[in-house]
Design a protein around this ligand. Structure first.
Ligand code: IMP
Ligand code: MG
Length: 176
């Protein structure tokens, strides 16, 4: 069946919002030892854009988790596929994720990090699908709230496709 990409959030809107988030994050973390933790692979584009707008010193870390296969529904269990490269003890960690859906992934990661003794763990997500939430997660910075749609682009994939789109879109199935 034919699939059409429908734009949900334009590149211009994303750019403007990322700038606002970077300003708020710079303000909050000024003078603190902060680690930006990118949740691979989806948050890579978001993190790359946001970090270049920060006006503070920071370190970068990357973690890869797995909870989804090639489908559009969570498998329900999360595991760490690739760990952080260094300690985060006494540091302020800001998790950067592309989308929070059920909240399972971010909830798991927050608990996983707390065991490593950071000063604080906060969250920054580009997209928030609030209606789908099944486990509570504290969101400190949110780009956009979106409806219950499976979206792609700006780092987000469906079966590893569409990550390079400069905008956020959803796939509409049907038609000729
Ligand atoms: P959660 O654990 O249900 O909150 O799902 C979070 C993870 O699922 C994200 O980090 C993404 O990898 C993936 N995900 C959830 N919704 C979408 C979507 O609409 N498009 C692409 N990936 C998604
Ligand atoms: Mg994915």
């Amino acid at each position: 069946m034919k699939q059409t990409l429908i734009t949900l959030i334009s590149a211009d809107k994303i750019g403007a919002r990322v700038k606002e988030l970077a300003a708020a994050i710079s303000e909050h973390y000024r003078g603190k030892e902060v680690i930006l933790l990118c949740v691979l692979k989806g948050a890579s584009v978001f993190m790359a854009d946001l970090m270049r707008l920060l006006e503070i010193d920071f370190e970068c870390e990357f973690v890869r988790l797995s909870s989804y296969g090639d489908g559009t529904k969570s498998s329900g269990s999360v595991r760490v596929v690739s760990e952080l490269s260094g300690p985060i003890h006494d540091k302020h960690v800001l998790i950067m994720d592309c989308v929070v859906d059920t909240g399972l992934t971010l909830g798991f990661l927050t608990e996983h990090l707390r065991k490593k003794g950071p000063s604080t763990v906060s969250t920054c997500v580009l997209l928030n699908k609030l209606v789908r939430r099944s486990s509570f997660v504290q969101l400190d910075y949110v780009g956009f709230s979106i409806p219950d749609l499976f979206v792609v682009g700006y780092g987000l994939d469906r079966a590893e496709k569409h990550r390079g789109l400069p905008y956020i879109a959803y796939l509409q199935t049907g038609g000729n």
